[in-house]
Design a protein around this ligand. Structure first.
Ligand code: DC
Length: 223
């Protein structure tokens, strides 16, 4: 009999600046799970397109680039958290993926069907590293639809814009939400059975505590 336990995946989806990263990291730390930021993977491809001077609105060229780039998945320890990085030619562009240039390209790149297909396979490969907390837009609906642990975070547009501004980022979140939720393939939406948490009036400590309470309720009791 195969007694090897199948890794658990906790899917945290939601709108931009709804606290996904902060809370996914807090939950991963508390449970000792590996943290996966799938937005960073899309951003890495967007950065690669900028580097290779591929037009972010040219779907065919982006899909072709995605088919041939040389990538590796790596699990590294960072601030007492195990984190998955997607490397291109052996390099993880940690700072470069946060520039306004990359941010402007990413939601176009993320809408290309071939890109989403490639990303889904790579993101599913992350279970090689163990139990995961994976954040994104389509984790519960498309990447790991079979998981029982699905969450959707949201907050009012005013609150989310204020959070971005506090981080020194001035971004049109309404436009990005619209592109993320209206694309044809794997749009941002609430997964069937997902627990929705609107954290407009909550601190990250309160949000992560609520997430952990819900996760513990879903976990089978240990014998
Ligand atoms: O979470 P983020 O801001 O780093 O995401 C960057 C972009 O990638 C954003 O426009 C949404 C998109 N994205 C996606 O389409 N699917 C995911 N699973 C993660 C991010």
């Amino acid at each position: 009999m195969n007694s090897k336990k199948h890794p658990i995946v906790i899917a945290i989806d939601g709108t931009s600046a709804s606290g996904k990263s902060t809370n996914a990291k807090l939950v991963a730390k508390a449970l000792g799970y590996v943290y996966v930021d799938t937005g960073a993977m899309y951003r890495t491809l967007a950065w690669h397109c900028v580097q290779k001077k591929v037009d972010a609105t040219n779907d065919k060229a982006i899909a072709a680039l995605c088919r041939k780039w040389k990538t590796t998945l790596e699990c590294v320890e960072k601030n007492h958290l195990r984190v998955v990085h997607l490397l291109v030619d052996g390099y993880f562009p940690e700072k470069e993926i946060r520039t306004p240039e990359t941010a402007a390209a990413v939601s176009h790149v993320a809408a290309v069907p071939g890109v989403r297909k490639w990303m889904k396979l790579k993101q599913r490969e992350c279970i090689q590293f163990g139990d995961l907390v994976m954040e994104g837009r389509d984790i519960g609906t498309n990447v790991f639809p079979e998981t029982d642990y699905k969450f959707y975070l949201d907050a009012t547009l005013a609150e989310r814009s204020a959070r971005r501004a506090a981080d020194g980022v001035n971004e049109n979140l309404a436009a990005r939400d619209q592109r993320d939720s209206q694309r044809a393939v794997a749009p941002l939406m609430i997964a069937l059975g997902a627990k929705v948490i609107n954290n407009s009036a909550m601190t990250s400590e309160q949000t992560s505590r609520l997430l952990l309470e819900e996760i513990h309720k879903l976990m089978p009791a240990k014998k």
